[in-house]
Design a protein around this ligand. Structure first.
Ligand code: NAP
Length: 247
């Protein structure tokens, strides 16, 4: 297995897509440092499940929008593993409402977690990856960042920003064998989408050519592909995993 013995940082790795990514990395022999903001129990359970798969794992409390906490989290990963080969910027939030009624704090919080958090984590691991002359950064965007969505101007802005940042960082790091790509999930069954009203869920389902929601594991498979040797010549790309939604 090409990823055996590599070391990853996965933000928001305790639940949902992040948890599926941690487990799939662990199945491929990758040691995992995952961070969580509030769900300590879920994070500890995910770390324990990774260890059961035979790798080293640790869970670190870290708000990705806080530079000092991000720095401490990456230091903890380097102390534990000696290196960071893979960064998965998965932590994300929504604060939905129509633009006219959207609170400024809801705009700021979503941008701080989804966009600034991705920037801070890329910055924190970049020195280590450039020194190693090997690295894989995978940022979670969204089809909403590519197509827009009523009620999500804050979220769409953050996820479109992630695409621009991914392509820019890809150009900066390419010469040192550090690739930077984005995965844009469509409509995936997690806590984030479970919170949607039934009518809104049905309306989104109607827009998916494959006619069904995706699973967190569908996203994890794409992330692990982009982390592996088979994707070594792919950088600056956005891989939609969405049942055809963004076609
Ligand atoms: P989720 O179930 O709501 O989980 C979100 C994760 O992010 C949790 O582990 C949470 O940790 C973490 N998190 C939130 N704020 C954080 C912060 N400030 N610092 C550190 N961690 C933080 O969401 P999901 O559906 O798995 O989504 C994962 C990613 O995929 C997100 O970036 C999301 O935007 C993207 N995405 C999801 C979908 C979908 O349909 N589900 C579609 C497109 C894109 P705590 O529990 O500890 O707070």
């Amino acid at each position: 297995m090409s990823l055996q013995g590599k070391c990853a940082v996965v933000t928001g790795g305790g639940r949902g897509i992040g948890r599926a990514v941690c487990l799939e990395l662990a199945r491929n022999g990758v040691n995992v440092a995952l961070c969580y903001a509030g769900s300590e129990t879920a994070a500890m359970e995910t770390a324990a499940a990774c260890k059961e798969l035979g790798v080293e794992a640790l869970a670190v409390k870290c708000d990705v929008s806080d530079a000092e906490q991000v720095s401490a989290m990456t230091e903890a990963a380097i102390t534990a593993f000696g290196r960071i080969d893979i960064l998965v910027n998965n932590a994300g939030i929504t604060r939905d409402s129509l633009l006219m009624s959207m609170k400024e704090t809801d705009f700021d919080q979503v941008l701080a977690t989804n966009l600034k958090g991705t920037f801070l984590c890329m910055k924190a691991v970049s020195r280590q990856m450039l020194k190693q002359r090997w690295g894989r950064i995978i940022n979670l965007s969204s089809v909403v960042g590519l197509r827009g969505n009523a009620g999500q101007v804050n979220y769409a802005a953050s996820k479109a920003g992630v695409v621009g940042m991914t392509k820019s960082a890809a150009k900066e790091f390419a010469g040192r064998n550090v690739t930077v790509n984005a995965v844009a999930p469509g409509f995936i069954a997690t806590d984030m989408t479970a919170a949607m009203p039934e009518k809104a869920r049905a309306a989104v389902l109607d827009t998916i050519p494959m006619g069904k929601m995706g699973a967190a594991e569908d996203i994890a498979q794409a992330v692990v592909f982009l982390a592996g040797d088979g994707a070594g010549y792919i950088t600056g790309q956005v891989l939609c995993v969405d049942g055809g939604m963004a076609m």
